[in-house]
Design a protein around this ligand. Structure first.
Ligand code: BGC
Length: 349
């Protein structure tokens, strides 16, 4: 079968190649791939900056934002042939650490977790893939191709849960949220904010195009300025750019008692313009919490399903700005100005 594979840490090594059918040890459920979303992590892996091949192998099948159709549900489990499913990305570490032991693999403490298409387990960019029934999430069939948005939505539902949990430390009735970055994660974070009835603000660099339209369609306010020149101090900031300057301005610009949730993974970037001790003093004197959030456990996957089910389908459909064939995977990995979510389509829904 055809698969998009890469030799992690080797730039320029990605290719579409023939590989053997998926190993039955990867799970009793056999799935035919429909689509796989492309995200910044995939781009990093292809650029040789991230990623790990399975033990004893040199190449990794890429892809962690899946959508597929069950071909063979295998013995047991609640799946049927034809069901649309999405594969959970992370697997608990084998020790396991206390968090993995209770099913919170997203909070893994020893870093020995594995991730499909990212860290030591093959991903979903192959014509067929296998999965353990307990890691196959059934999606509402009426979502069709939009089911491919489930994985990025789980990242967002986990981030929102972090904000809510921290918020419970005191009396707190947030009125507004600022989302920095209008990529898929930012827009989905804005969607959740709107579903909660908050006054939603989204900030990005672009001044026109689909990102602006999608923000407005949520009833939210779009800003193409900096956090420091917004003119108000947000109660919540969900940071989705990972850009140093934006992160620094978010931490310094959130309101008193406010929470900044960091979801973007960046590196380096502009100097903060403030010494660490000054940033810390600001957080102390204003009771701010800065919380990092990565990955998602089953609870967040369930909640993400609910978010998509409640969302306007036309709005969701506009998040998928491009579909490419597996043969054109390099084009899929290349970001164009108006791209939001690009998917590689293996089969029709
Ligand atoms: C994925 C997460 C993963 C993280 C770090 C993200 O792109 O969506 O599931 O935990 O990368 O590898």
């Amino acid at each position: 079968m055809k698969a998009i594979t890469v030799e992690p840490r080797k730039p320029g090594s990605a290719k579409l190649e023939e590989i053997p059918e998926p190993d039955v040890r990867e799970g009793s459920v056999l799935v035919e791939a429909i689509a796989v979303g492309v995200c910044g992590t995939d781009v990093e892996i292809v650029e040789g900056k991230y990623g790990w091949a399975p033990p004893g192998k040199t190449r990794l099948v890429l892809g962690h934002e899946s959508l597929g159709r069950v071909v063979d549900p295998g013995p047991g489990g609640g799946l049927k042939k034809g069901d649309l499913v999405v594969g959970i990305v992370r697997r608990p570490d084998p020790v396991p650490c206390p968090n993995c032991a209770v099913g919170e693999w997203d909070m893994c403490r020893n870093g020995q977790y594995t991730e499909r298409g990212i860290k030591e387990i093959h991903g979903f960019m192959s014509e067929r893939w296998r999965i353990e029934p307990e890691y196959a999430m059934k999606v509402d069939p009426t979502l069709g191709i939009l089911g491919v948005l489930l994985e990025p939505t789980t990242v967002v539902t986990k981030a929102w849960e972090m904000v809510k949990v921290v918020g419970r430390r005191s009396f707190w009735e947030p009125r507004n949220v600022l989302v920095t970055g209008a990529g898929p994660i930012g827009l989905l974070a804005a969607l959740v904010g709107a579903q909660q009835g908050l006054d939603v603000h989204v900030l990005d660099r672009v001044t026109s195009g689909p990102k602006v339209d999608l923000v407005k369609a949520l009833g939210a306010t779009y800003h193409s300025t900096t956090v420091s020149s917004l003119g108000f101090e947000p109660d919540i900031i969900i940071e989705c750019t990972g850009v140093g300057q934006v992160v620094a301005e978010s931490i310094m610009g959130v309101g008193a008692g406010g929470i900044v949730c960091l979801t973007g993974v960046g590196s380096g970037g502009a100097k903060a313009g403030a010494a660490i001790a000054d940033v810390a003093a600001g957080a102390v004197l204003r009771n701010n919490v800065i919380v990092g959030s990565v990955n998602a456990n089953k609870r967040h996957w369930y909640k993400a399903g609910e978010v998509l089910a409640r969302a306007d389908r036309t709005w969701l459909a506009h998040l998928i700005t491009r579909r490419e064939r597996p043969e054109a995977f390099m084009q899929a990995l290349h970001r164009e100005t108006d791209d939001i979510k690009v998917v590689i389509q293996f089969a029709e829904v």
